[in-house]
Ligand binder design. Structure first.
Ligand code: ZN
Length: 188
């Protein structure tokens, strides 16, 4: 398994629509294994394929549900249903590994249910209401539609987030990816 570079806002892969997976190939299994490793290295709640430059319609998640239990898995060709009404909780910051540096309160539905398949082709249903997982499911499906959580913020907060990315030098020299392993080394 390999930790892959994570794409940063402005990278083409983040604004493209994804392609449905028709067959689970060896390459796809490697992609998923690498995505788990990359998400763990970056301490993320979830990671969608465009965040490692891939166009396949899938994401991995690893975060607690409303009951505090860690939920972890991959969903291929996910279909999202939202329920429970939209909330904007000013105390809860949402962030994104592709917009490193900041988090902002983001309006989301309380509940989310995602239906798709796993690597064995078995149908999976993942559901949460009021937990980190409910937010992550909505966030990751946004990525697969070519959109970022920034698109759900006010113009002012969106600008603030983009300024933070720029100010920290993330987009220096036109390199629109970052490597979680190098960041770890730099922090130590
Ligand atoms: Zn994200």
């Amino acid at each position: 398994m390999t930790v892959r570079p994570i794409t940063i806002v402005g990278h083409r892969a983040l604004s493209q629509r994804t392609r449905r997976v028709r067959e689970v190939t060896t390459e796809l299994r490697t992609l998923v294994a690498d995505m788990f490793e990359t998400n763990d290295a970056a301490d993320g709640a979830g990671l969608a394929a465009p965040q490692v430059g891939s166009r396949w319609r899938l994401f991995v998640y690893s975060c607690p549900d409303a009951g505090g239990t860690l939920q972890r898995g991959v969903i291929i060709n996910p279909v999202l249903e939202r329920f429970g009404g939209i909330e904007l909780d000013e105390e809860t910051l949402e962030g994104c590994l592709s917009v490193p540096g900041e988090g902002f309160p983001t309006a989301r539905h309380r509940g989310a249910r995602v239906t798709g398949t796993d690597l064995e082709g078995t149908e999976v249903v993942v559901e949460d209401e009021g937990g980190v997982l409910a937010r992550a499911l909505q966030h990751e499906v946004d990525h697969l539609e070519g959109s970022l959580y920034l698109d759900r913020l006010s113009a002012l907060r969106r600008r603030e987030a983009l300024d933070a990315v720029r100010d920290r030098g993330w987009r220096a020299h036109g390199i629109l990816t970052w490597d979680p392993l190098q960041l770890e080394a730099a922090d130590v």
